[in-house]
Design a protein around this ligand. Structure first.
Ligand code: SF4
Length: 496
């Protein structure tokens, strides 16, 4: 955002127009912040001070709905009253919005447009008794569980609010609670997401949207990522269409770097595999940069693949009208993978000198991009932000869940996982308060367990798609007695 621009920020129940944070230093004298205050605190102080009431004619109703997770959606039902069509799936960053889901006695079944992930996670019904909160392993009322969670957080030296598998409303409530109890906020996927975040912070990137891929891309290069397992309908939804906004005969070529497709999956036209060594992908992208720039290389191979193959790929990239490099940071699981992402992003910038190219970083599972977006607009930072000093302070190393638990710095863990009961809290030396889907199986029974509803199934909500440009409304599909994450966190905050 350019310096001096305004943005919408929610403060309490109000939406306000605020000036861009980059004006911090210029405005410090106006607001009397001491010059020796840590820069993050000064940043925060100015951000809190610069408030302009939004003019009445500005329409911010969309933002208000986002903040409350109360998107007014009319259910469109198909001929059978027990079937709901055009359901948005919250279980990966594609957020497919064309599912048909049948409901019967509180149990759900995906009847059309599902995938292995959505079939499993929509259809898992509550088991009897699973909706009962527990304190110390014994059944308790919601009030008792909330009271005990508040007591643990109140007495904690360093609370850690982690997991954060939730929607917009849940992320807002978690941020408020962390500010109140001076806790650290860290999403369960932030190690993988950090590989991208470090690049954006350092040198920026050029990315595209799922709609652009669907309508314009004629070449998609997949960088060593298991897209069929992580985003099962990506090829069907984004590459399988022949008809686009601009024509009816679209063909998109797919090149796979390092990882092939699973057995039985074929694309039309068939995908081409370049069998390079995945940890040496950075070398491959560096060579592609040189070839795209027309430099002569003396090397005969890169990343275990002959140079001729890289030259062919560089030529194909330069010939593309709209090329895309897609990757899932979670699959680039080797030391210093952020450097690989950075060279990839620099290659995209180079290609844009000669043709049109963009990146497609795929993510969004367990609400990671949603939480990141909320933290960004609420605190100015992303995941791994601490309120221990009373203002938000970002540190991707010191505020990682694994480090805080290993060192014993965090003595109370508040774990949130409302999408997937398999994402259980990591073990640590201190007490654990878990907010999870019913049926969560723990290695060690937490001090407090509060079953919560899933956004898009048990209550309405909102989540950001993988490309971050679209926040999709999620519907309530069944009557459930389960409270949402935002509701429970609000109650805990009230009891602090
Ligand atoms: S691909 Fe992702 S969003 Fe689409 S149905 Fe499967 S899990 Fe849901």
């Amino acid at each position: 955002m350019r310096e001096g621009a305004y943005c919408l920020v929610q403060v309490g129940a109000n939406i306000r127009l605020e000036r861009n944070l980059s004006m911090t230093d210029r405005l410090l004298p106006t607001f009397g912040a001491p010059a020796d205050m840590p820069w993050q605190a000064r940043h925060w102080a100015v951000r809190k001070s610069l408030k302009v009431d939004i003019p009445r004619h500005c329409d911010v109703r969309g933002s208000m709905h986002l903040s409350r997770g109360q998107v007014p959606v009319t259910m469109s039902r198909s001929s059978s009253s027990s079937e709901v069509s055009n359901v948005t799936c919250p279980f990966c960053g594609l957020a497919c919005d064309d599912l048909v889901v049948g409901t019967a006695a509180g149990r759900l079944a995906v009847r059309a447009n599902g995938c292995p992930i959505s079939l499993a996670l929509f259809e898992r019904g509550s088991t009897p008794g699973a909706a009962q909160p527990r304190v110390g392993g014994k059944a308790a009322t919601l009030e008792q569980a909330v009271g005990e969670a508040a007591r643990l957080l109140r007495e904690a030296r360093q609370p850690l609010v982690a997991g954060l598998g939730t929607d917009v409303a849940g992320a807002r409530a978690a941020t408020r609670l962390a500010e109140r109890c001076r806790g650290v906020l860290d999403h369960m996927n932030s190690t993988a997401a950090g590989r991208n975040a470090l690049v954006v912070q350092d040198s920026g990137w050029i990315t595209t949207t799922l709609s652009e891929v669907r309508n314009r891309a004629d070449l998609v290069v997949v960088a060593a990522s298991d897209i069929p397992s992580r985003f099962p309908r990506f090829f069907e939804r984004c590459l399988g269409n022949r008809e686009t906004m601009f024509g009816a005969e679209r063909q998109c070529e797919v090149v796979l770097l390092g990882l092939g497709l699973p057995d039985g999956l074929t694309l039309n036209p068939p995908a081409k595999l370049v069998p390079c060594e995945v940890p040496r992908l950075q070398e491959a992208f560096a060579v592609l940069r040189a070839l795209v720039a027309g430099r002569a290389l003396q090397a005969r191979e890169a990343a275990g693949v002959p140079l001729l193959v890289w030259q062919e790929l560089a030529d194909r990239m330069l010939a593309a009208h709209y090329g895309v490099i897609a990757w899932a940071a979670a699959d680039l699981d080797f030391p210093h993978a952020e450097l690989t992402v950075q060279v990839l992003c620099e290659l995209i910038k180079d290609l844009n000198r000669k043709t049109r190219f963009a990146g497609l970083p795929l993510g969004g599972t367990d609400g990671d991009l949603t939480v990141d977006a909320v933290l960004l607009w609420q605190t100015g930072f992303g995941s791994r932000t601490s309120y221990a000093r009373g203002y938000p302070e970002y540190d991707p190393y010191h505020y990682s869940t694994a480090r805080l638990l290993q060192t014993g710095e965090a003595d109370v863990l508040l774990w949130i996982s409302s999408f997937n009961e398999a994402r259980t809290p990591p073990s640590g030396p201190g007490a654990t308060v878990a907010l999870g889907r019913p049926g969560m199986n723990f290695q060690r029974e937490p001090e407090v367990f509060i079953p919560v509803g899933t956004p898009g199934i048990d209550h309405a909500g909102c989540m950001f798609r993988s490309d971050r440009v679209v926040a999709l409304p999620l519907r309530r599909l069944r009557e459930a007695a389960l409270p949402g994450v935002a509701e429970v966190l609000g109650a805990i905050e009230g009891a602090l």
